[in-house]
Design a protein around this ligand. Structure first.
Ligand code: 5AD
Ligand code: SF4
Length: 442
């Protein structure tokens, strides 16, 4: 395959996938390809895919049909599929629908240059083998679509929690942590380039562990070391599993002002019956105990969550348990989903997806309506308070306004000042909607 070809990557799914696309861009640009932000200028289009829910896969299929139509104008256009859909859909999409030239799974990105060479010789290329040790630790990601202020750093890959509804253990393989020294180097490098906020990513960051000599670095000690790089560097992380978010971690967050006071703690359901079937390994009461620990150790900490409604066998009472849990915690924000059965999961193999679609729809609406009220009420509590905001850029609505976030990850919009993106300003909040705080620089 001739070098200097232009690649374009479109990313679906989670933050981890955004980070992976940056790794792919790095591997390919180091190998002589150019990155373009213009889909129409691309010689090779990659689509980095997500399998978490059926509609995520449907969206990718539609997009691939569109890319295929671009081949009419550019017969040499190559199309590659990356990420979580790679293994499961490779045969169907490649053979039956003739949509793809190349397929690479989440642990195969180092082989992309060779795979592209293979495609250049006229054959199709597939590599979806999962690895037990690949972490791309030495790859310096190319920051795509960056605001120059915030960036993602992957600190681990894979997942071994085996929640019964979840496809991730089968698409991303075994859990493995990345070399701590390489994470710290990447954080330092970002700070020196002017970045002021990093988000450490992993499917379950609390189980991060790295051995150096006879010492084990835990997630709390990793956070502590990154926090020490510079007090102007904010650190966030996602995602935590409620079963192993420790007091040690909470105390570390409380001790460092630059460790953000926002914890994403997916509850999935408020019903013990559902939590058991979901294989979440905690009860409603244990989850509540962790919330009390957060409130106690980190006062003013924002808490967000993920919720699945309509899981196998969910009764009206189970649903009411979820609503009452949401009220009890008073979440600041939530991602809320209808259960979608995924192949190769315990639920697909052993349980019945028996909640009718219209019941799922109605329950989801009740959950979203409740969260809207909770977010609005939480944001009203912030009116009159002053927060340190990291400026991210111009507000979408007006050129005269900036937007940024407070430590609690809430978006604030305020009149522009001399301090620009990457700088901190103190903003007094005058009003709020359920999604945004509005204020003025003081
Ligand atoms: N159906 C619906 N939502 C799901 N999630 C994971 N698997 C499924 C599924 N099969 C949700 C969970 C998870 C988030 C990333 O996606 O809430 O925390
Ligand atoms: Fe991310 Fe999970 Fe979707 Fe894979 S399936 S892209 S890990 S959300």
């Amino acid at each position: 395959m001739k070098k200097n070809k232009k690649i374009y990557i479109e990313t679906y799914g989670c933050q981890m996938n955004i980070s992976d696309s940056e790794i792919v861009a790095s591997i390919l640009t180091v190998n002589g390809y150019d990155y373009t932000h213009d889909l129409n200028a691309a010689d090779i289009i990659f689509i980095n895919t997500c399998s978490i829910r059926e509609n995520a896969e449907d969206r990718v299929r539609k997009r691939l049909q569109y890319f295929k139509s671009l081949r009419k104008m550019n017969p040499d256009l190559l199309i590659g599929l990356l990420g979580c859909m790679a293994d499961r859909t490779k045969t169907a999409l490649m053979e039956e629908e003739q949509l793809l030239d190349l397929v690479a799974g989440p642990d195969s990105y180092r082989h992309l240059p060779q795979l592209l060479e293979q495609v250049g010789t006229g054959s199709r290329a597939i590599d979806t083998i999962l690895s037990v040790d690949e972490t791309y630790a030495d790859i310096k990601p190319v920051r795509l679509d960056s605001n120059g202020v915030s960036a993602f750093i992957s600190i681990m890959r894979g997942c071994e929690n085996y929640c019964s509804y979840c496809v991730v253990p089968s698409t991303r393989g075994q859990e493995r942590s990345r070399d701590a020294a390489s994470i710290i180097r990447e954080s330092l490098d970002l700070f020196e380039k002017g970045y002021r906020e990093i988000t450490l990513l992993g499917q379950n960051v609390n189980s991060y562990t790295w051995k150096t000599g006879d010492r084990s670095i835990t997630f709390a000690s990793l956070l502590e070391q990154i926090a020490g790089i510079n007090p102007l560097m904010r650190i966030r992380f996602a995602t935590s599993h409620p079963k192993d978010i420790s007091d040690e971690l909470l105390q570390t967050i409380a001790r460092h002002p630059n460790l953000c006071k926002a914890i994403h703690l997916p509850v999935q359901s408020g019903s013990n019956h559902m939590l058991g079937l979901m294989n979440r390994k905690y009860t409603r009461e244990q989850y509540q105990e962790r919330i009390l620990a957060i409130r106690n150790i980190i006062p003013g900490c924002a808490i967000s969550t993920d919720i699945i409604t309509g899981f196998c066998g969910e009764t009206e009472n189970d649903h009411l348990d979820t609503l009452s849990m949401m009220e009890w915690v008073g979440y600041d924000t939530a991602f809320m989903f209808k259960y979608s059965e995924r192949p190769l999961t315990l639920a697909a193999d052993t349980m019945k997806d028996d909640v009718p679609e219209e019941v799922k729809d109605r329950r989801l609406k009740e959950i979203i309506d409740l969260q809207q009220r909770l977010s609005f009420a939480n944001n009203q509590e912030d009116v009159g308070k002053t927060f340190e905001i990291l400026v991210e850029g111009k507000s979408k609505r007006s050129d005269r306004q900036y937007f940024g976030r407070n430590s609690q990850n809430k978006v604030a919009v305020f009149t522009k000042t001399q301090s620009g993106p990457g700088e901190y300003v103190m903003v007094k909040i005058n009003s709020a909607t359920s999604a945004t705080l509005l204020g003025e620089v003081v």
